[in-house]
Design a protein around this ligand. Structure first.
Ligand SMILES: Nc1ncnc2c1ncn2[C@@H]1O[C@H](COP(=O)(O)OP(=O)(O)O)[C@@H](O)[C@H]1O
Ligand SMILES: [Mg+2]
Length: 376
């Protein structure tokens, strides 16, 4: 099996990736970790017993930098290449939802501290944990992260994380931030902190100057959005009939079906999002989970469609708050989408946001930046 560095070089040689010295350096660092992980004695092995003491786990990495720099791409390459049996790659937000669910269960069955059993279970499942998009924007997460990660590292779990933020900027201005500071110290002490912040935002590049808002709905718009989707996700076109779907968890209790979900890009119909009875918590779950959302089939909203219009306002607010990139097909430009009816005046703010969301400045912003201030 080839290591991540040779896989990366092969993609560059094939012209699929552009030459980027920062990425090459990161790939080399990941290759080193790959070798360490593959050489590390597994639990209970002869080598482990011969050592006579618990061997140290390879030191993990915290890779941070602006959006579109290739952090997730490199982590995926690394994760696929590394020959480790117990490995897990998760989106950070989903991971924390899972942790909170496990903590709730542990509190039911035991009277003591729920964190150690949860840590033990997680460490049993994986000795390599890869987190994409580590971000902290609520107090519930902030309060437990230091203990959770200290526990995982003690149990010899190697952690690789990507983030848009430097460790010192995590949970910035969050409530009770002092309780969170030990986590920052932990990252800086125990993980190798590496920046991947070259000059090129490749995602923005891939979006090119493609139109984001397509009028009217129809085969041309569908075709344009489909091309954008495959360009954004590097998905082989011959597999296009089987793009994966996903069910995301909303508020830790119900699920929302995402018909197309790949590499942080989701595709929805307007009907599913705004005609069905959905609300702010669904939209926030989407906004946290996806850096890019494609909505198809937005109709012109007559006055009788005030519920749909109100949901659309809430949806756009959530996407805007989390700096999600929006592509859409609609029967009209934003300013004439909901000309009259209840709340048409408020809808003007949505129109203005929709315009701003098509600007270069907005598109250059990182997913989640500025969103969530620890008030949840
Ligand atoms: N060197 C490169 N040349 C061309 N495309 C790239 C390069 N690096 C990354 N990309 C592409 O740019 C997009 C954004 O990369 P991604 O890894 O998602 O960025 P990040 O996680 O840093 O936000 C992806 O489609 C990815 O395949
Ligand atoms: Mg990413």
């Amino acid at each position: 099996m080839a290591d991540i560095l040779s896989r990366y070089r092969r993609l560059v040689d094939a012209g699929e990736l552009r030459v980027d010295p920062d990425q090459a350096a990161a790939a080399a660092r990941l290759a080193k970790l790959q070798a360490e992980l593959e050489a590390a004695p597994t639990r209970g092995s002869v080598l482990w017993r011969m050592l006579g003491k618990t061997p140290d786990a390879p030191q993990g990495l915290y890779v941070w930098g602006g959006v579109g720099r290739g952090k997730s791409m490199l982590m995926d390459l690394f994760y696929d290449a590394v020959q480790v049996q117990r490995k897990k790659r998760v989106h950070f937000h989903e991971f924390m939802l899972d942790v909170h669910a496990r903590l709730r269960e542990a509190r039911k069955s035991e009277s003591g501290d729920p964190i150690p059993p949860v840590v033990a279970a997680l460490a049993d499942e994986a000795r390599l944990l890869c987190f994409d998009e580590l971000v902290v924007n609520n107090m519930a997460d902030a309060a437990i992260m230091s203990r959770l990660f200290t526990g995982l590292l003690e149990k010899r779990v190697t952690i690789v994380a990507t983030s848009n933020r430097a460790p010192d900027d995590l949970y910035k201005d969050g409530l009770n931030r002092q309780l969170f500071l030990p986590f920052i110290d932990l990252i800086k002490a125990k993980l190798d902190v590496m920046t991947l912040d070259g000059p090129v935002d490749y995602r923005r590049d891939r979006l090119g100057h493609t139109k984001l808002w397509h009028v009217p709905n129809g085969p041309d718009a569908t075709q344009a959005l489909s091309i954008a989707f495959f360009r954004l996700t590097d998905y082989p076109v011959e597999n296009r009939a089987k793009v994966p779907s996903e069910d995301i968890v909303v508020q830790g209790e119900r699920t929302l079906h995402v018909p197309k979900s790949l590499k942080g890009v989701a595709v929805f119909s307007f009907k599913r999002l705004c005609v069905e009875p959905r609300g702010a918590s669904d939209y926030l779950a989407i906004a946290r989970r996806y850096h890019t959302v494609i909505i198809v089939g937005i109709p012109v909203l007559g006055p009788e469609k005030r519920n749909e219009a109100a949901r659309f306002v809430t949806l756009v607010d959530a996407l805007y708050e989390y700096k999600v990139k929006l592509l859409a097909s609609a029967d009209a430009e934003p300013m004439v989408l909901y000309p009259k009816g209840d709340g048409a005046f408020e809808f003007e703010r949505t129109v203005s946001r929709l315009m701003e969301m098509q600007s270069d400045d907005y598109l250059a912003l990182g997913h989640g930046t500025g969103g969530g201030s620890g008030q949840e």
